[in-house]
Ligand binder design. Structure first.
Ligand code: FE2
Length: 76
C-alpha cells in the first residue's frame, strides 16, 4: 500500500493534482511512520515480518490498482 500510494503521489495528473498530490503525501508519510510498529507487532506474535520486496509482492492483493491510474481518482 505504501508503494502504491507513493506512486499515486508521483504520477497523479489532472485538475485536482494539487489536492491529490498533497493528500497522497500525507497518507504515504503516515504509512511509513506506522511500518516499524506494524512489523514489531508481527514479530511479537511470533511471525516474521515481510523483509524484502519479494515478501511484500507475495502478500500484495491481486486487485491493486496500478499507480498510472491515479489521475482517475477523484477527491472526496
Ligand atoms: Fe513529493
Amino acid at each position: 500500500m505504501y508503494a502504491q500510494i507513493h506512486g499515486y503521489h508521483w504520477n497523479v495528473e489532472g485538475p485536482n493534482f494539487r489536492q491529490l498530490h498533497a493528500t497522497f503525501e500525507e497518507q504515504y508519510q503516515n504509512l511509513w511512520a506506522a511500518l516499524d510498529e506494524i512489523a514489531e507487532r508481527i514479530r511479537s506474535q511470533g511471525a516474521y515480518a515481510p523483509g524484502s520486496v519479494a515478501d511484500l509482492m507475495a502478500l500484495a492483493a491481486p486487485e491493486d490498482t496500478p499507480a498510472q491510474l491515479a489521475h482517475e481518482i477523484s477527491p472526496n
